[in-house]
Design a protein around this ligand. Structure first.
Ligand code: ADP
Ligand code: ZN
Ligand code: ZN
Length: 697
């Protein structure tokens, strides 16, 4: 037999797979091998088995070793599809589905081997025998003596390294009529959008759908946004399904990750819960994929391949169906995709069948939202916001801008302090006494005078979370908690902070969009969005969608308890459709209008977007390379090519981008791949890095 091996290298230039001799080795699709390659040895994955090779038998080499852990064949197929779909390489895509590094941890266990009746034993030996089976631990030498007498056997057993989690409570509830209807629909299989307002009990629907899948003997994947921000969902799955749940996320130690992967691969665990990469969990007989908070941007991976876990989940389901025996007969149940959100993306709304949860559990009303016009305002907080914050016991305030002030200028000569490596202004972080670039991490000392003209008149403009925190801590009598990328750094910092806010009888939680994620604090009565325009002004076709989601999600944190609540939204664009619709809790109206706009402008879901970014240290090189890619794609049927257009310099690299709007997704992806592969090989573009983003976020 011949094994076709894709070597795991990062270069785009090597086009595998390559043939190796498989005789005498236990190889199959998904085996992870080490192979001789030229003068080096590389890791690789077997992507196909074949009877014969074009390579002469005497020239065929054999793998030097085979790992015990293998990739399930359906994940190999998934990776190869991803490599094509995202204009990446098989090696890069396969590296996402590999078994994690590590090995099982074992410990010695002692078991009773024979009836000890009649044996002469000390008191202590009798006690030891009565406690079997047990880990040998400190009693190993005593147990070894009993083993020598044939009374005990001692052998290694695997010992699971259990990830630490926030324990969740599981309360038995009776489904509402809307929940019951949703559960019944999902039971039929297919792809569903669960559109449920915040606090409507979507998680309970996921739990029931998972229970039904388990009852049919199927495996389940549950995708959640960042685990640190949604520990409650994970806790509830663990509370209901116990050890059959495996947790997969980036904060796990190597050993924990390895054990959780093994438990899924062996079938000991059947439900995988984790962020986007859990879509690659080796779950057996996959019957259901849940995508919680499907609008969350974290489902898009920003490395190569730039995959979208929601789209990959849909493909995985299609492959699972194929693995279950071709296209199913009418009677066969189809694997299910269940995506849920209070603020679904227009694409999902358009593509999937809808299930509705229109009411909060317990018929609690959604909080009224008031829009505060900030045109001409001189202070970052509206007087009404100040009043509301003073009287609220527990509140959440969202400002999507961290740091103290957004930028510094010289009052005398007009100099703006900018990052030396990126074309953006530096942000003042006062507590640390630095100016920081939020794009590359560059930091420098805070100036006490202008280095251009020597003037000491350096002005600070705008307010970020750090400044608002300081001002409000001064003005209010309640403790203020800040949650943003600056305070979330350390391990467990987010969990600790959210825990302290939850436990506090009164307090203000202030931060970036992290404060609007799915938290369930029943005693929060006030939500405030400061500067709702920050996302709206963003030059991106998703600006409206993001603004609507941000306001609606923040509103979702307020008034979940018996005391009700309200929401204030500060904006200089009080008539913007996204803000008006969010204030009315009108997701349907917003989505209908947004889809119309997208149809008129040829944006997703009516066309697919592909973005190609070329970057280099020299100023002219990226534009020339982007021009070559644009020329290569122009003329593809159904494709409109926009650009090249310059992007701001980032990390010292000049950049230029091309955007392709495609009516025929497959044809456009193929054309982009060909054009990029071509440009990569041209001498003139040698200094240029190419990055392709299909379905940019
Ligand atoms: P969502 O995810 O839609 O925002 P959750 O799933 O967090 O809402 O549910 C909100 C609260 O309502 C949770 O505390 C949950 O335990 C509770 N809940 C859900 N369904 C029911 C039900 N049928 N009866 C009573 N309580 C419920
Ligand atoms: Zn100056
Ligand atoms: Zn920078």
């Amino acid at each position: 037999m011949i094994a076709r091996v894709e070597p795991l290298t990062t270069t785009r230039r090597l086009a595998g797979p390559f043939d190796y001799a498989a005789d005498g080795l236990e190889l199959e699709v998904g085996s992870v091998v080490r192979v001789p390659f030229g003068r080096q040895a590389l890791d690789g994955v077997v992507v196909a088995m074949a009877e014969r090779s074009e390579v002469a038998p005497e020239r065929l080499l054999a793998p030097s070793s085979v790992r015990e852990d293998r990739v399930p064949p359906e994940l190999v197929a998934l990776a190869l599809w991803m490599a094509g779909e995202y204009c990446s390489t098989p090696a890069r895509a396969l590296s996402l589905v590999l078994p994690p590094a590590g090995r099982p941890r074992t410990e010695l266990w002692a078991e009773a081997a024979a009836d000890p009746d009649g044996a002469r034993l000390t008191e202590r030996q009798r006690a030891l025998l009565a406690g079997l089976p047990r880990p040998a631990g400190r009693e190993l030498s005593a147990l070894r003596r009993l083993e020598a007498r044939g009374l005990v056997t001692i052998a290694p057993r695997a010992r699971r390294r259990v990830p630490r989690t926030v324990p969740g409570a599981d309360t038995a509830v009776e489904l509402t009529a809307e929940q019951a209807a949703a559960v019944a629909a999902v039971d039929q299989g297919g792809a569903w959008l669960l559109h449920g307002v915040t606090g409507s009990g979507k998680t309970e629907v996921y739990l029931r759908a998972a229970a039904a899948a388990r009852a049919r003997g199927e495996g389940v994947i549950v995708l959640v946004p960042e685990i640190a921000l949604t520990p409650q969902t994970v806790g509830r799955f663990q509370a209901r399904f116990g050890d059959t749940v495996a947790l997969l996320h980036s904060a796990l130690g190597e050993g924990e990750r390895y054990d959780e992967w093994r438990r899924l691969r062996s079938g000991e665990a059947r439900i995988a819960v984790g962020p986007r990469s859990a879509v690659f969990a080796p779950v057996r007989d996959l019957g259901l994929v849940v995508v919680d908070e499907e609008h969350d941007p974290s489902y898009k991976h920003e490395g190569d391949p730039r995959y979208d876990a929601r789209r990959v989940a849909a493909m995985r389901i299609r492959l699972a169906r194929r693995a279950a025996g071709g296209e199913p007969a009418e009677t066969a149940r189809r694997p299910t995709l269940l995506a849920g959100s209070a603020t679904p993306r227009p694409e999902t709304w358009h593509r999937l069948a809808h299930l509705r949860l229109t009411e909060r559990v317990g018929a609690r009303p959604l909080p009224p939202v008031r829009v505060l016009d900030m045109r001409g305002a001189r202070h970052p907080l509206h007087p009404e916001t100040r009043r509301a914050l003073t009287s609220a016991r527990k509140a959440i305030l969202l400002l999507n801008r961290r740091g103290w002030s957004n930028f510094l200028t010289c009052r005398n000569c007009g100099k703006v302090w900018e990052c030396p490596a990126c074309d953006v202004a530096l942000v003042l972080h006062r507590a640390e006494h630095v100016l920081a670039c939020h794009h590359c991490g560059h930091r420098e000392r805070v100036p006490d005078r202008c280095d251009g003209c020597g003037s000491p008149a350096v002005a600070r403009h705008g307010a970020g979370t750090e400044r608002l925190e300081a001002e409000l801590a001064e003005a209010l009598d309640v403790p203020v908690f800040r949650l943003d990328a600056d305070t979330a750094g350390a391990k467990d910092a987010v969990t600790d902070l959210l825990g302290r806010f939850a436990a506090a009888p009164a307090g203000l939680l202030i931060g970036t969009q992290m404060v609007a994620k799915g938290h369930d604090f029943p005693d929060v009565t006030l939500g405030v969005v400061v500067d709702a325009d920050a996302t709206l002004r963003f030059p991106d076709f998703r600006a409206e969608e993001r603004t609507f989601a941000l306001i609606a999600q923040l509103a979702g944190r307020a008034g979940r308890g018996p005391r009700g609540g309200r929401v204030l939204v500060q904006t200089t664009a009080p008539d913007a459709p996204a803000i008006v619709a969010a204030a009315r809790h009108d997701a349907g109206g917003f989505l209908a209008g947004e889809l119309e706009r997208r149809r008129a402008l040829d944006y997703p879901p009516f066309a697919d977007l592909i973005r190609i970014v070329c970057s280099a240290e020299a100023a002219a090189a990226p534009r020339a390379a982007a021009g070559a890619v644009a020329a290569g794609v122009t003329g593809t049927p159904g494709a409109t090519v926009l650009g090249p257009a310059p992007l701001f310099r980032l990390r010292g690299r000049h950049r230029s981008q091309v955007v392709v709007k495609a009516r025929d997704r497959g044809a456009a992806i193929a054309a982009v791949r060909t054009a990029v592969d071509h440009a990569v090989r041209e001498r003139a573009h040698r200094s240029v890095a190419f990055s392709v983003d299909v379905d940019p976020q």
